[in-house]
Design a protein around this ligand. Sequence first.
Ligand code: SF4
Length: 249
Amino acid sequence: MTRPDIALSPEALAAQLRGKYGHLSGGSLLEALVSNELGGQIMLSSSFGAESAVLLDLVAQVDPTIPVIFLDTRRLFGETLRYQKTLADHLGLEDVRIVRPDDGVLQRLDPEDMLFASDPDKCCEIRKVAPLDKILTKMGNLGFKAWITGRKNFQSDTRSAMPSIEADADFIKINPLADWSSDDIKQAYLAKNLPPHPLVADGFKSLGCMPCTVRVAEGADARSGRWAGRTKSECGIHISRSAASSPIN
Ligand code: SF4
């Protein structure tokens, strides 16, 4: 295995890896990166949501010991929590790390669990961004360099130009499904007989926290069911950490 040059900045490393592997996607991209470059230095974050099984399956095929970070915001659907366990067992994932927000911060800033209604950005900050930041820092100190995500170009304007390999503060992000279509995802579910999230059959097409997720009509944009009626479209964990500036205080 050729280790990436640790002297390179994340931007330079991402550019170098794009030059070598930018023509690949899906399992081929993961296999090449894990085998040739980033074995033991790569992790995955997953919401165990409506489309998550496809990427989790690809990762399990390449290396089931890759750490999988699951953010339990404490506002998730019970179905998601149960699906997380069922799916991890089904795929044989060996290292799922459940990350939760700090209890003291929740007590202080969201004691009634209603912050989502008055200040959803702050709510996402304390329940998602800060806990993820904390574990990414810890993983970075352990030598991890890359973070796999399940984002796709078709999901939103903000993701439409996203490359399969990109820099993000002190990490690089790998987006193996960036150029996959909605139909590609459906076909992968069928081809591998992957268990669907139980709420998909109930009309939920993109799953997040319970108070901020609604059903969408057949044929409607799946992400329109997230923070419906608000201008918000991202929770913040995929806004570059180098640009983030909202400490918890
Ligand atoms: S998605 Fe909603 S409930 Fe979940 S952290 Fe963000 S604002 Fe809070």
